[in-house]
Design a protein around this ligand. Sequence first.
Ligand SMILES: Cc1cc2nc3c(=O)[nH]c(=O)nc-3n(C[C@H](O)[C@H](O)[C@H](O)COP(=O)(O)OP(=O)(O)OC[C@H]3O[C@@H](n4cnc5c(N)ncnc54)[C@H](O)[C@@H]3O)c2cc1C
Length: 323
Amino acid sequence: MSPPAILQDPVSPTVPSKKLNLPHSSAVPVGGQTKTETIEAMAGDWQSFTFRPIRESQVSRAMTRRYFSDLDKYAESDVVIIGAGSCGLSAAYCLAKARPDLKIAIIEASVSPGGGAWLGGQLFSAMVMRKPADAFLREIGVEYEEDGDDSNYVVVKHAALFTSTLLSKVLQFPNVKLFNATAVEDLITRPREDGTIQIAGVVTNWTLSCMDPNTINAPVIISTTGHDGPFGAFSVKRLVSMQAIKCLGGMRGLDMNTAEDAIVKGTREIVPGLIVGGMELSEVDGANRMGPTFGAMALSGVKAAEEVVRVFEQRQKECAAFY
Ligand SMILES: Cc1cc2nc3c(=O)[nH]c(=O)nc-3n(C[C@H](O)[C@H](O)[C@H](O)COP(=O)(O)OP(=O)(O)OC[C@H]3O[C@@H](n4cnc5c(N)ncnc54)[C@H](O)[C@@H]3O)c2cc1C
């Protein structure tokens, strides 16, 4: 199978000149005919400019038809990723690339995907990644600078460049659907013969809704909801309350060197059907926090995708045996 277009070499952005020299044009169908329009032609002629007419209901139908069709299509997903932070998005990218045959739903509670990775630390713009996570930046085509005498880390000029690039790549995969403004409010479980449980899907709700929830069945879930706080560590806290794991280890104090290795190495299937990565994992393992360095989030996503590939067929078979 040929690789998806998204995996081809990244295109450098065009810097517009003062004369708005924007050579890209698009062919748009107009009343059965195709008319080629360019931004450059428009920019020189605002007096005669007008948008094409539209009836308001067309806008509604264009959105709702697609959304409800996606709800129907992804009610049975292959993999659900909870949380579209740096770890969840990295996992989605690697999994969608490695397994174009899998239907991947991403559920993000916030309207804006990206989690905590829109800034580096405090309100600073730059994002630090310790090597060898620079490999992930090259993979998605994000430029960076080498920094420091020892060359042990690289710096992306703005964390938002990393997050927006990764997000745009993930959204272009045909086998990925992001449901944002949608929270996971419970896990679907099935009893195993040994008396333990298996995770077999998620219970979702529009973040601003208090109505009865919706559901998505999937044999494998990746949970990357971040560290504990008003919203974070959702799945692992739920595992404790349903007695699937004894207790949480609690995120420990900041130690960048210890923390990043521990999160990547520890990314794994915690109970059958549920893989946990990113800062959510620090709550399970009692790992250190790492603060504003993001290499572990990207590589934990890579490992989470690898874990899915390892267990998927087995979990799919087991789930098929339940109703
Ligand atoms: C305020 C703040 C505090 C930080 N504190 C720390 C720290 O203490 N230690 C540290 O190492 N780094 C911290 N960071 C740095 C860094 O942002 C995180 O380490 C990193 O973003 C974690 O990535 P992640 O993908 O694991 O989770 P996040 O970037 O937190 O992403 C988790 C995503 O999951 C979504 N989500 C949560 N619950 C649900 C749910 N039930 N359903 C659907 N979606 C859900 C959230 O909306 C979010 O988008 C902090 C950043 C910020 C902005």
